[in-house]
Design a protein around this ligand. Structure first.
Ligand code: SAM
Ligand code: SF4
Length: 507
C-alpha cells in the first residue's frame, strides 16, 4: 500500500502506527470521560431488579411513544423474570415493530471482501494468529464477479460489504469496491440485476477515510462495539492491537457522522459479557449519538457468538441462552424503538422465525467465505477455512421470502429513501411519526413485485402475489385517510408498468 500524501510504500507496522488519531477521540470525551461508566451501569442493573408489574407496564406503555428509553427503565425491563410479564414485553415488541415498520422485512447479503486482519480478537476466525484460515483479499474484478452473482442470480438489491482490518483493505480499497458494485447492471429475466444500496461493516476509520466512503455512496456504516464492558473488551482484544483501543472504536460512528454519513449502525457481539450490560451499553451509545447529532442509530445488530474454525471458546462465560436472546431482542425493540433491528444467519432458522416479528432485517442466501458466492453458489457448501464463523441458516433468498410471505410479511427491496435523500434525521423523524411508513408501504409493493417478476420460483411467485394483493386492498381502504387518491392511482399504474417490464419505479 502507498502513503496517501507522499505516494511512497508504507509497511504494515507503519500503517498501524499512523491509523489512530488521538484528537479524533478526545474531541468527543466530556471532561475526559466517555459515555460508558461500567460501575454506574452495573449499579443501575442492580437497582432495576424486582420492579413491580405496574412499573413494567408503565415502561411498556411509554415505549409506544417511539422515544429512546431512560437507563433506569431499561434496567428494570432487562430484569423481568415473570414469564407472563415477559409475554407482555414480547407482545409490545411485536406491536411496536408493526407501528413503526408495518409488516415489512428487508433482506440483504453480506459480501466478504478480505480475510487479512492485523487484529487478534479472541473469538474471530480471521484473527491474525489463526494459521488455518486461507488469507485472501479479492481483486476489484473478483468483487464485481461476487456482486454480479448476488444481483443477477439471487436478486439482492442490498449488500453489506465486510472487511478484516488490514492496509490491503483500507478506506481507498473499500470506496473503490463500493463504486465497482454500484456500477453493475446485469440483464435478468424481465429487467436489470443491480445493487442499489451498499452498507459497510469495517473497522473504525479516521474522518478522512470515512469521507471517502461517503463520497462513494455508502448506505449505512456499521461498527459493532463487540462489548461495551471495558474489562471484558480488554480480555478479548489484546492491548497494543488496533482493536485493543476501546475509545477508537466507541467513537467510530461519531466520526462517521462528522464525515457526513448520517446512517450509522450499532451492535454488540452477545456472549462476551452479561447481555443486560450490553443492552444498557447500546442504549447509552444511542443516547450519546442523539445528544451530539440529534440522531440515533439507523439500525441495531445483535450477533451472537458462533463457533469459528480452529477457535477455542472454553473461556466464554456469558453464552446467551435462546430464551435470553429472544428476550434481549424484545428489550432492544422497546428501548430503541425507532431503529431497525437486524438478525443474521448466524442463527438457526427456528430462532430467526421466532424473532422476525420484532425485527426489520435479515440476510438470505448468505455465504461468509471469501469469494464464496462465485465459487460455491450452486454447491451450497461452506468451506470452513475461508470464513469468519459458521452459519446457522444457508437457505436461498427464494425459500426465505416464501417463508416470510407465509408468515404475513412483505419483503421490501426499497432503497428509495436513501436515493431521494430521505436518510438520517429526515427518515428517523418520519419513521417515529409514521409518515415515512406510507412511502415505505407503497415502495415495498412495487419493489417486491419487481423481484417476484425477475427472480421468484413459481411457488414463491404465487404466495408473493397473494401478499401484494392483500397489501393493495389495505392501501385502497386507507384512501384518503393515509394515502391520497392520486397516490393510489400512481401505485396501480406503476404496478401495471412493472408487470409489463418496466423497472426501478418508486415514490
Ligand atoms: N473487521 C471488522 C471489525 O471487526 O469491525 C469488520 C467486520 S467483522 C468481520 C464483523 C463482525 O463479525 C464483528 O464486528 C463481530 O461482531 C462479528 N464476529 C466476529 N467473530 C464472530 C463469531 N465467532 N461469531 C459471531 N460473530 C462474530
Ligand atoms: Fe479482524 Fe474484525 Fe475478526 Fe477482529 S472481528 S479479527 S478485527 S475481522
Amino acid at each position: 500500500m502507498k502513503d496517501a500524501t507522499t505516494g511512497t510504500k508504507v509497511s504494515v507496522a507503519e500503517w498501524k502506527r499512523n491509523l489512530i488519531r488521538q484528537d479524533e477521540i478526545d474531541r468527543y470525551l466530556v471532561d475526559g470521560k466517555d459515555f460508558i461508566d461500567d460501575t454506574a451501569i452495573e449499579s443501575e442493573i442492580e437497582r432495576g431488579k424486582g420492579a413491580s408489574p405496574e412499573r413494567i407496564r408503565a415502561i411498556i406503555k411509554k415505549a409506544y411513544e417511539i422515544k429512546l428509553m431512560d437507563a433506569s427503565d431499561v434496567a428494570a425491563l432487562v430484569n423481568v423474570t415473570d414469564p407472563a410479564l415477559k409475554e407482555e414485553v414480547f407482545k409490545a415488541a411485536r406491536e411496536i415493530k408493526t407501528k413503526v415498520y408495518d409488516n415489512r422485512v428487508v433482506t440483504f447479503a453480506p459480501l466478504y471482501c478480505g480475510s487479512k486482519c492485523v487484529n487478534s480478537c479472541k473469538y474471530c476466525g480471521f484473527r491474525c494468529e489463526n494459521g488455518s484460515i486461507e488469507r485472501r483479499v479479492l481483486s476489484m474484478d473478483e468483487i464485481e464477479a461476487e456482486a454480479r452473482v448476488l444481483a443477477s442470480k439471487i436478486g439482492h438489491k442490498r449488500l453489506v460489504v465486510v472487511y478484516g482490518e488490514h492496509p490491503d483493505t483500507d478506506a481507498d480499497y473499500i470506496a473503490e469496491s463500493m463504486r465497482r458494485i454500484y456500477a453493475i447492471k446485469e440483464k435478468v429475466r424481465g429487467g436489470v440485476g443491480e445493487i442499489r444500496r451498499v452498507n459497510v461493516n469495517a473497522a473504525p476509520l479516521p474522518v478522512e477515510g470515512l469521507k471517502k466512503l461517503h463520497e462513494a455512496g455508502i448506505g449505512t456504516y456499521q461498527v459493532f462495539q463487540e462489548t461495551y464492558n471495558k474489562k471484558a473488551y480488554a480480555e478479548v482484544h489484546p492491548e497494543g492491537t488496533l482493536k485493543g483501543n476501546y475509545h477508537w472504536r466507541l467513537y467510530a460512528l461519531h466520526r462517521a457522522m462528522d464525515a457526513g454519513i448520517d446512517d450509522v449502525a450499532v451492535g454488540a457481539l452477545f456472549g462476551l459479557a452479561d447481555w443486560k450490560f450490553e443492552v444498557m451499553g447500546l442504549v447509552a451509545h444511542a443516547r450519546d449519538l442523539e445528544r451530539r447529532f440529534g440522531l440515533g442509530p439507523h439500525t441495531v445488530s445483535v450477533p451472537r457468538l458462533e463457533p469459528a474454525a480452529d477457535t477455542d471458546f472454553s473461556w466464554v462465560k456469558n453464552w446467551v441462552s435462546d430464551d435470553d436472546f429472544r428476550y434481549l431482542i424484545a428489550c432492544i425493540r422497546l428501548a430503541i424503538p425507532y431503529a431497525g433491528l437486524i438478525v443474521t444467519n448466524r442463527e438457526k432458522p427456528e430462532m430467526l422465525r421466532s424473532v422476525i416479528k420484532m425485527c426489520t432485517q435479515r440476510d438470505a442466501d448468505t455465504r461468509v467465505g471469501i469469494g464464496a458466492y462465485t465459487e460455491a453458489f450452486s454447491a451450497h457448501d461452506q468451506r470452513e477455512n475461508t470464513q469468519q464463523f459458521i452459519l446457522g441458516d444457508t437457505r436461498s433468498l427464494d425459500e426465505i421470502i416464501r417463508e416470510l410471505a407465509s408468515m404475513g410479511h412483505i419483503v421490501s427491496f426499497c432503497t428509495a429513501g436513501y436515493r431521494c435523500g430521505r436518510t438520517g434525521k429526515k427518515i428517523m423523524d418520519a419513521l417515529g411519526s409514521g409518515r415515512e411508513g406510507c412511502f415505505c408501504k407503497l415502495n415495498a409493493v412495487l419493489t417486491f413485485q419487481e423481484w417476484l417478476e425477475d427472480f421468484a420460483s413459481p411457488e414463491t411467485k404465487k404466495i408473493g402475489d397473494e401478499i401484494i394483493d392483500k397489501e393493495m386492498k389495505e392501501i385502497r381502504a386507507r384512501v384518503p385517510a393515509d394515502f391520497s387518491e392520486p397516490m393510489w392511482e400512481h401505485l396501480v399504474k406503476a404496478r401495471e408498468k412493472i408487470l409489463a417490464g418496466e423497472r426501478d419505479l418508486y415514490f
